[in-house]
Design a protein around this ligand. Sequence first.
Ligand SMILES: [Zn+2]
Length: 385
Amino acid sequence: MKIFVCGPTVYDSIHLGHARTYLVYDVLVRYLKLKGFDVILIVNITDLDDKVFDKAEWEGIAFKDLANRYTQEFITNLEKLKINSINAFHKASDYLNEIEYQIDHLIKKGCAYQVDGDIFFDVSSFPNYGLLSNQTHQELMLRRLNSNPKKRDQRDFFLWRSWIGKKPNFKNKFGIGRPGWHIEDTAISISIFKGGYDIHGGALDLVFPHHEAEIAQGESIISQHPFVKYWVHTGLLFLEDEKMSKSLGNIISLKDSLDQFDPDILRLYLLSCHYRETFNLKRNEIKKFESQVTLIRNIVTRLTKRILGFKGIQNNLPIKTLFKNHINNFYASLENDLDIPKALNALIFLLRAVDKDMVSTNQNLLNEILKMLSVLGLESSFGEK
Ligand SMILES: [Zn+2]
């Protein structure tokens, strides 16, 4: 199963909303692997972007140095949060040749056009534009994103932006300039996966225009529909009832949160809301998950000690029905649109039942519990993999 998730623009630390997206994907991949799927998860790094260039200029350093700093911080903090399902991170700047090739291909197919060095995707060449975000032609015309007199149709978007007196710029057969944001991702995903793939992820605010544009480019380039089988988006993040945003100054970075909280507590907290829902983060709620993590650790530790203490016939007994029901609920919840909060509840119910009835436990049950913990990424607390 081939999965691509939009990565960060590396000009600053990622916040908890971003972290939540990668965490959901981490659990999804852990679960798919448990089910026997061979999974490859790729995350791109947007290092060719005005935000990166502007901040680097402000700091008086090369954009690559700034991008590397935040890329490294991003990867390190995902590791601290025990997100270990990502196979590789790919930087847009390593794919300039592929970007050039794809733009060239789109021009030759009549899906893109050049005006004074700028190159636009011609949305009229792609009738399904608007399908993912469920918008009609009229609705899209009203959005007027980056309106520009050079565009034939205001829905069209940049594939290549010619030099506008700002650095850095790159040279290719179309002249000096830099790629549009959307084509960076298509260049990476299509060259890695050699065509279409199974799941594309990201946060809800990327549906339009970013993912809509990726579909238009991708399907036009590889002449395949669908280019991606499933689009899976995570809900937005609010902090104390307000949207978390730089302009409001209410960003909580993953880096700062990891300085304050045990990664297991953060994991459980960020997974406590269904991935599609808007997460309304409340500072005083994070603490509550400390007791949940303690409960899990205590009961599993006691159970492990007990199982180590005896060998023989009891270990081969079937798992008690009450326990089995909670285990089944755990997996049924994950099967139902990856309902992680419900799965987590099933795990807690199971552990409470185990705590009350330790005499009915055995090795088979412990193995099942460790498997459930590893789907949620909590296995390292117990020295088990
Ligand atoms: Zn993206």
